[in-house]
Design a protein. Structure first.
Ligand code: DQA
Length: 146
């Protein structure tokens, strides 16, 4: 079974309560249970969320040499964190960058990502379904990458 980590950054613990007009009314834990059930036969999924940049980096280091993929929503650190970019570059596990909202339809400062250049690809704008699409993208990577 493939091992894939879903890694959520700052403020994503507030999904369901936070700006529901942008991020929707569903909490992540509820959606995560649906994802686990969907991939139960195929993928060993794990989930980690932190509001702290260094904890996200530690988690990337922890799984980044043995797991098969990381679906990363780095929240606002997407737009600021060279340290996260370096962490992604520093490990072997492929990382897919995901966003719930279409960041390109939003404020100018959300148009640039510091981490995209280190990721295998980017998915944004499909609501919570962006995470499922991220898993699918990882599962469809050529065997040499995954
Ligand atoms: C986000 C978009 C970011 O710009 C924002 O800071 C977030 C969530 C998204 O999933 O749409 O926290 O990553």
């Amino acid at each position: 079974m493939k091992k894939i980590l879903i890694l959520n950054g700052p403020n994503l613990n507030l999904l369901g309560k936070r700006e529901p007009g942008i991020y929707g009314a569903r909490g992540f834990e509820d959606y995560y249970e649906e994802l686990r059930a969907r991939y139960a036969e195929k993928v060993e999924l794990d989930y980690f969320q932190s509001n702290i940049e260094g904890e996200l980096i530690n988690k990337i280091h922890e799984v980044g040499f043995s797991w098969d993929g990381i679906v990363l929503n780095a929240g606002a650190y997407t737009h600021t964190s060279i340290a996260l970019q370096d962490a992604i570059r520093g490990v072997k596990t492929p990382v897919v960058e995901v966003h719930i909202s279409n960041v390109h339809q939003r404020e100018e400062f959300r148009h640039h990502s510091m981490i995209s250049c280190a990721c295998v690809g980017v998915i944004c704008g499909f609501g919570l379904d962006s995470y499922r699409l991220g898993i699918e993208a990882l599962l469809n990577l050529p065997a040499s990458t995954l």
